[in-house]
Write a protein that binds this ligand. Sequence first.
Ligand code: PMP
Length: 413
Amino acid sequence: MSHTESGHIVPPTFISPVRHPWAARAKGLVGSIIDSSTSLLQRQTHDIVSFAMGSPAAEAVPSDAFREIYDSVLADAGAAAFAYGASEGEVTLRGELLAYLATTPERTSAERLLITSGGMQGLDLAAKLFVDPGDLVIVEAPTYTNGSATLLAYGADILEAPIDDQGLLVEALPDLVHQAGRTPKAIYVIPNFQNPTGTAMSLERRHLLLDLARKWGTIIIDDDPYGMLRFGGDHIPGFRELGGGDPLVFSVRTFSKILAPGLRVGWVDADPAIVAKLIDAKQTMDTCTNVPNQLLAAEFLRRGDLEPHLRRLRSEYQRRMMAMQTSLERHFSEQAAWTNPQGGFFLWLTFGEHVDTSKLFDLGVPNGVAFIPGRAFSVTGRFGNALRLCFASQTPERTELGISRLADTLRSL
Ligand code: PMP
């Protein structure tokens, strides 16, 4: 294990008792504090304003339209809707998605597209194809817990690189890599409205990261569930756009944040040779993505409903983000600093060094407020004085109630 200025390179640690005949790779499985918080919160019987999960607002999920679409697509497809589907994805969804993407900067082609079971499967496939045990992988610090957990599950040595309000500090990477003594196999980035901070990577840094990846032969795992949810500022071209089909860019996308996470439908856009291999890999994981839900997504797209839906989401999430800023100003202007996202779901709050947000969480839940403590977003347990708030899932009124409960909880810490 080597050390760097920004922290340690973290190899996966053995966390399981030895009574079972574990495979070596089981040592890397660390689970997700974020996902575990869902079950913890579901067990509570009192009122909790939860800013914890990165879930779309309940009001933002078009469940009535979904029900009607299910009725019609299931009637049309009959038993075929319940048969095994094609591993690369249903023909209808692939066609509709390609047509939709052609109207956006993410235009792509059939041989570059794989339909996945959500974004998580895209991340898992990326790690499965490109990460051997002991490979160095750079992640943003802080980063999305499930992303780093996936990399650890495949035995990656994780190097946390700093970020600022312009995203990953790409200019720091050559020194970090020099200190690590080896080039990274992959760099995992969330370029737009990053989970957990809500910041977006600047165009200049995107260019620089592509240059470095080309120099090192490093895969960029470009995880972008929030790019279509920009409500302020100008579009910044993504790696898919800037790379012009560069085989080093592996783009993971999902319907989870723009339609509904329970559908478990997403996609990967990657080099055709990679996609061919991905199909082999997916066949040993789940054969195909849930067929009825693919038909639902396809019909939603076919009706032209996605674009107006996105327009509604953007304006509603902007309203909710601004409401959260107002509540934070009211209750925390002295005690904390926070980010000002131009899209997505999350905002990152940082307190003085003495505040331990894991303790704040333990007190907050009985007090009726939940969030994700900052430590969850670092494999080295950093950011103990920060926390992630999802502004998308609560109405402005509930947000004010939750933030005032958070302020009360902080006073009792
Ligand atoms: N990547 C990021 C950055 C995310 O925030 C999420 C969802 N929280 C995912 C991937 C996983 O998406 P899905 O639910 O589609 O698996």
